[in-house]
Design a protein around this ligand. Structure first.
Ligand code: AMP
Ligand code: ZN
Length: 469
């Protein structure tokens, strides 16, 4: 996969993105001019999100901000998977929610509420804009049942003793997204398919076990049970965004099963194309291995904060790599990201808060980077190039415009309130310096440092910042 795209002479406003379905970069053209309908697969809320998961949402946020930067009005849905995701991504194993509830001795609904709250707090800390709609799978059981009934009527389903299944043999192009091929599975793989007709068939509705009562279960035309994992995304995407949506995002692990099945069931039900552009984020890894709960190699955002890092240092780190390339997480790389981010903020704060219009040429250059399949590493390089050159107020204003997409709080130091007591000391020091009372002025400087602030003398006058920033 070539992600070091050549610099395109793109017309300002035209966005190229890599569509996983076509396996190539395509010019983005939404279904309705000026409007974008976007669906982002949300987390399964049985445990803390890890920073690998969070990478996927930072990328989706940059995508959304880029579209808005180009003048599009974006409607974004993020779902909350609070039922039906089994410990395998396919149809075997236990429901992750019920398993976690049992382990933590709480109800599955309490578990869902707890981790949904933490997930939303994590997004806030990472400066990720909330979506237009949050949609919870358990709030949309009837929509899922209706969609399964539609599939049943059209002859795409069959019953087994443990549920209602989708018959993938009815579709000639099943698995195209993942390039699964006719057999649907790599030769040599031995998998127990139970009562399924075909390995690729998947559950739309599963019955509750006969010997045990589930916490989350609902009546349905087929019997008491719960929806399969994939059907929730099709049902909720269609409810809020319509039968054809513009962009669907998720991590690359969703290509072979979850998204493949979303396409199959949605297109079988409607006869229409479900998604016009598929976007997938590569993995955050640790020592080259995917960060995952099951690998016990995960780091949470709280771990990052506990070690004294700004969550936005992690956002910066994510932006330094292209979303289609793997990103290997290390603590030293996070340290480097924090240093770089703080230094950028300082550079931006030098010229104070005067309002001027942003440098047009730099804005164009920035658009050229991000409209080229969201090339954030190029955008960050541009940011540094500008910050390291003599910074005019117009160039600084351009950087603050870039921040509408990057959302790194680059203007943070500009908006920080310096306490009155510190301002008085800074002025006192200035007066002493004017009178050439260097020793006394230095004593005042030390006093300012003791109170947690620092004065830097710049050509534009003294600059005060909080120490450690
Ligand atoms: P889940 O909660 O497992 O449904 O995952 C939520 C989102 O995180 C999905 O879009 C996954 O594809 C994505 N994801 C999971 N692990 C990683 C990882 N290590 N790096 C990047 N994205 C990931
Ligand atoms: Zn999904």
């Amino acid at each position: 996969m070539n992600i070091n795209q050549k610099k395109r002479k793109s017309v300002s406003g035209s966005i190229y993105l890599f569509d996983t379905y076509e396996r190539k970069e395509r010019l983005f053209v939404p279904l309705k001019p000026g409007r974008v309908k976007m669906y982002t697969c949300g987390p399964t809320v049985y445990d803390y999100p890890h920073i690998g998961n969070l990478r996927a949402y930072i990328v989706a946020d940059v995508l959304r901000n880029t579209l808005e930067f180009n003048g599009y009005k974006v409607k974004q849905v993020i779902n909350i998977t609070d039922v039906g995701h089994l410990t395998s991504d396919a149809d075997s194993g236990e429901d992750k929610m019920e398993l976690s509830a049992r382990k933590q001795k709480r109800s599955a609904f309490e578990i869902a509420e707890l981790y949904t709250g933490i997930f939303k707090q994590n997004l806030l800390a990472l400066n990720i804009k909330p979506p237009s709609v949050w949609s919870k799978a358990t709030d949309h059981i009837s929509e899922q049942i209706t969609l399964i009934q539609r599939l049943e009527k059209a002859g795409y389903t069959y019953l087994t003793s443990d549920g209602v299944y989708f018959d993938t043999s009815r579709l000639s192009n099943y698995g195209h997204l993942a390039r699964l091929g006719v057999a649907g599975i790599k030769p040599g793989a031995r998998v127990d398919i139970g009562e399924k007709n075909k390995i690729t068939d998947f559950a739309l509705w599963k019955f509750s076990p006969k010997d045990r009562k589930r916490q989350m279960e609902w009546q349905s035309p087929w019997g008491i049970g719960f929806p399969g994992w994939h059907i929730e995304c099709s049902a909720m995407a269609m409810k809020y965004l319509g039968e054809t949506i513009d962009i669907h995002t998720g991590g690359i692990d969703h290509i072979p099963v979850h998204h493949t099945n979303e396409i199959a069931q949605s297109e079988a039900a409607t006869g229409k194309q479900f998604v016009r552009y598929w976007m997938h984020v590569a993995f955050l890894t640790v020592n080259g291995k995917k960060m995952a709960k099951s690998e016990h190699n995960f780091v949470t955002l709280q771990d990052i904060v506990d070690r004294g890092y700004d969550p936005l240092a992690f956002r910066y780190l994510v932006l330094t790599s292209h979303y289609r390339a793997g990103l290997n997480f290390t603590w030293p790389s996070l340290r480097g990201a924090q240093k770089a981010l703080l230094s950028l903020r300082e550079k931006v704060s030098i010229l104070g808060n005067k309002k001027v219009s942003p440098d047009k040429q730099e804005l164009q250059e920035f658009k050229r980077c991000i409209n080229n399949d969201f090339n954030t590493p190029q955008a960050i390089a541009l940011l540094w190039k500008i910050a390291d050159s003599p910074l005019t107020p117009q160039k600084k204003a351009a950087i603050l415009e870039f921040d509408k997409v990057l959302r790194l709080n680059l203007g943070y130091l500009l908006s920080e309130k310096i306490p009155e007591e510190i301002r008085v000391l800074v002025q006192k020091r200035e007066d002493l310096r004017e009178d050439n009372k260097w020793e006394e002025s230095d004593r005042v400087r030390q006093e300012i440092i003791k109170k947690g602030y620092e004065v830097r003398d710049t050509s534009a006058g003294p600059k005060v910042i909080r120490r450690g920033l």
